[in-house]
Design a binder for this molecule. Structure first.
Ligand code: GRF
Length: 215
C-alpha cells in the first residue's frame, strides 16, 4: 500500500477534497493508496476534526513547544517518517520548512500555493495579484524544495480576476479549482505519471493537459 501523509494548519478543505476523491474512486483498491495520517502544527485545526470523523489518524505537533525551527522540523520529520510515506502532501500547511525537513522528503512531497508561480511566492497572493492588475490568477501544485514556493511546478489552475474582486472573492474562486487540481495531481503522482527529475516535474502530454485547469 502507498502511504499518504497530509500536513495542514487550519481549515483543511484541500485535504477533504483529496479524501473525497480517494473514497469516491476507492484508491485503496484501484491504485493501492491510502491516507495514513493528518498532521497539524496547530492543535485547533479544523481539519484534524474532519480526519478523526473519517477514521483517519489525526495528530497535532505544536510548533510553539519547540525552541527552534530546526528542532520542530526534526520532530515533524520523525513523525511523518514513522508512517513510511510514499507521498507527503502539504495542504494549507502555513509554516516555513527548513532543509532539515524538506531534504528528507524530496521528490515525494507536494505543496499547493494560491498563485500562478513563479509569480507571487509568499503571503497575500490575492491582494498582490489584484494590486498588480493581473487579469488571471490561480493556484499551483509543485514539488517542495528548500526554496519557499520554489520547487518544480506540476499543475496549475487558472481563474479570471474580475474588476469587482476583493482578495476574498478571488480566493474563493481559486479554492473551487484547488479542490479539482490537488486531488488530480496527487492521483497522477501515485499512479507514477509524475516524477521529479533534475529539478523538473516530468510527465506525459496527456497528464500535463489534465493538470492544467481553467475556470
Ligand atoms: C489554500 O488556499 C492553499 O492554496 C493555501 O492555503 C489554503 C489552504 O486551505 N496554501 P485549506 O486549509 O486546504 O482549506
Amino acid at each position: 500500500m502507498k502511504n499518504i501523509v497530509i500536513l495542514i494548519s487550519g481549515r483543511g478543505s484541500n485535504f477533504e477534497a483529496i479524501l473525497e476523491r480517494s473514497r469516491a474512486e476507492r484508491w485503496a483498491e484501484t491504485i493501492g493508496a491510502d491516507i495514513r495520517a493528518v498532521i497539524s502544527n496547530r492543535p485547533e485545526a479544523k481539519g484534524l476534526v474532519t480526519a478523526k470523523q473519517n477514521g483517519i489518524e489525526a495528530v497535532a505537533l505544536d510548533h510553539k513547544t519547540f525552541a527552534s525551527r530546526e528542532e520542530f522540523d526534526k520532530a515533524l520529520g520523525d513523525l511523518v517518517a514513522s508512517y513510511e510515506p510514499d507521498l507527503v502532501v502539504l495542504a494549507g500547511f502555513m509554516r516555513v520548512l527548513t532543509p532539515v525537513f524538506t531534504d528528507r522528503f524530496e521528490g515525494r512531497m507536494l505543496n499547493i500555493h494560491p498563485a500562478l508561480l513563479p509569480l507571487f511566492p509568499g503571503l497575500h497572493t490575492h491582494e498582490r495579484a489584484i494590486e498588480a492588475g493581473c487579469r488571471v490568477h490561480g493556484s499551483t501544485v509543485h514539488f517542495v524544495s528548500s526554496v519557499l514556493d520554489g520547487g518544480a511546478i506540476i499543475g496549475q489552475a487558472v481563474v479570471p480576476v474580475l474588476p469587482t474582486d476583493t482578495p476574498d472573492t478571488l480566493a474563493d474562486r481559486g479554492l473551487v479549482l484547488e479542490h479539482k487540481l490537488y486531488p488530480a495531481v496527487v492521483k497522477a503522482f501515485l499512479e507514477g505519471r509524475v516524477r521529479l527529475e533534475d529539478g523538473r516535474a516530468v510527465m506525459d502530454d496527456a497528464t500535463a493537459r489534465e493538470l492544467a485547469i481553467f475556470a
